[in-house]
Design a protein around this ligand. Structure first.
Ligand code: AMP
Length: 419
């Protein structure tokens, strides 16, 4: 019997609806944040990924490289950024001085050891923003990642951020790392010995040495930031707070690629049984990659999220996106007098981009409730004469049947926070 390639999965029709719902949801959010879709080939000339400056495992050990029939060296893309940077330069998308904001979705290939949450063909969605070196961009992209995870309804996730600093900070930090790690040379794996001089940061996220005490106790990048990088990172934090993003500064966060500088981040889930797969996605800032690939001196900031992991996280938390996509709220009214108010609320809810419905031919509250429950809307919004007098509405969670009363003018913000 012929079988599928190791580490690669079929997506059967039974799973496809879930993926389509996720893709739809993502497209909606990208639209709200004004990102445009970019699609680049799965195959690139190998030089796009294999660069001297990039010594991460992903690029040195995990790529699918082969020759085509005309003896050209090709590589199946292991990540999204380098191909998009190549396209950005080749198509001269930089001539427009405005920041460019792209999103993408699709398959990626890494020759890793297959296990739960780690495959050889997997899917990512991601974004890349090219512009001037402005920490507003860092904050916006992190906010977007956070909003995506939140709007999918995923709970128990945290946003970790760190700064690796600019070129000068990184050089000082590298030297400190080399000094710290050199006495432990004998305890380093073969790869890390090789990395020690050129890319000591890669020792920190090595799968073999990364958890050894002397690696965990290594100096932290935050202590080596130049004044400029330090104040840049402070601004990122201020902007994130203004955007209401809850984050932790994680001093040990380095991310697995060599082109990252200044801000890096990741979103981690605490979902039980996820093990090594608990990082849903992450990314960071890169100052020199566009120039290195032959483009102008612009800064980029991007992230990538694993779609298989997000689907498993949704499954683990019993979240059914198809249903969320279907209906978010249902408005119910008690008594003839409340009908006008119900119509008014329905309009306000829909205007704010939240889906809503109402029972048009329901005679009594009981039959409205029956319809509302059947619709599987997440929240039932209830108005009666008492509520109207007090300018309040009742919100009932259709799963737990818990009910709270909020001021009418707080309804939309409550729904946005909790949907
Ligand atoms: P990275 O590009 O390595 O930062 O990965 C970004 C995200 O893609 C990770 O957090 C995972 O969610 C996902 N990912 C990376 N590698 C794999 C893989 N081999 N299989 C499944 N998902 C992956």
């Amino acid at each position: 019997m012929l079988v599928r390639v190791k580490g690669m999965n079929d997506r059967l029709p039974s799973e496809s609806k879930k993926w389509a719902a996720l893709e739809n949801k993502l497209r909606g959010i990208f639209k709200i944040f004004n990102y445009e879709e970019i699609k680049t080939p799965l195959l690139e000339y190998s030089d796009v990924f294999h660069r001297k400056s990039e010594q991460s495992d992903m690029v040195t050990k995990e790529t699918y490289d082969f020759k085509d029939r005309s003896d050209r060296d090709l590589t199946l893309r292991p990540e999204g950024t380098a191909g998009i940077v190549r396209s950005y330069i080749e198509n001269k998308l930089y001539v427009d001085p405005e920041a460019k904001k792209f999103f993408y979705m699709g398959p990626f290939y890494r020759y890793e050891r297959p296990q739960k949450g780690r495959y050889r063909e997997f899917h990512q969605f991601g974004v890349e923003v090219f512009g001037n070196n402005n920490p507003l961009i860092d904050a916006e992209v992190i906010t977007l990642g956070y909003e995506i995870i939140k709007s999918l309804g995923l709970k128990d996730v945290s946003v970790n951020i760190n700064s690796l600093g600019d070129q000068v900070s990184r050089t000082n930090y590298k030297n400190a790392l080399i000094e710290h790690l050199t006495p432990y040379k004998d305890d380093l794996c073969e790869d890390c010995l090789r990395r020690l001089e050129k890319n000591p940061l890669r020792v920190l996220d090595c799968k073999v040495d990364g958890n050894k005490d002397f690696v965990l106790n290594a100096p932290k990048s935050l202590d080596f930031l130049t004044l400029e990088s330090k104040s840049r990172f402070e601004l990122v934090k201020i902007y994130l707070e203004a955007a209401n993003v809850k984050f932790n500064v994680l001093k040990t966060l380095v991310r697995g690629l060599d082109y990252y500088a200044d801000t890096v981040f990741e979103i981690e889930s605490a979902i039980e049984g996820f093990g090594a797969g608990n990082i849903l996605g992450g990314g960071g800032c890169y100052h020199s990659l566009v120039k290195e690939l032959g483009g102008p001196n612009v800064t980029g900031f991007g992230f990538g999220f694993g779609m298989e992991r997000i689907i498993s996280a949704l499954d683990a938390q019993g979240i059914n996106l198809e249903k969320i996509d279907f209906l978010q709220t249902f408005v119910l009214y008690l008594g003839e007098q409340s009908t006008v108010k119900a119509v008014e609320l329905l309009r306000k809810i829909r205007e704010s981009g939240i889906s809503s419905d109402i029972a048009y031919n329901a005679i009594n509250f009981k039959s409205q409730l029956r319809q509302a429950v059947k619709s599987e809307a997440k929240f039932l919004i209830i108005v009666g004469e008492d509520e109207i007098k007090e300018k309040k509405v009742a919100i009932k969670d259709s799963k737990t049947m818990e009910q709270i009363i909020v001021d009418e003018d707080k309804l939309i913000s409550y729904l946005k926070e909790n949907l």
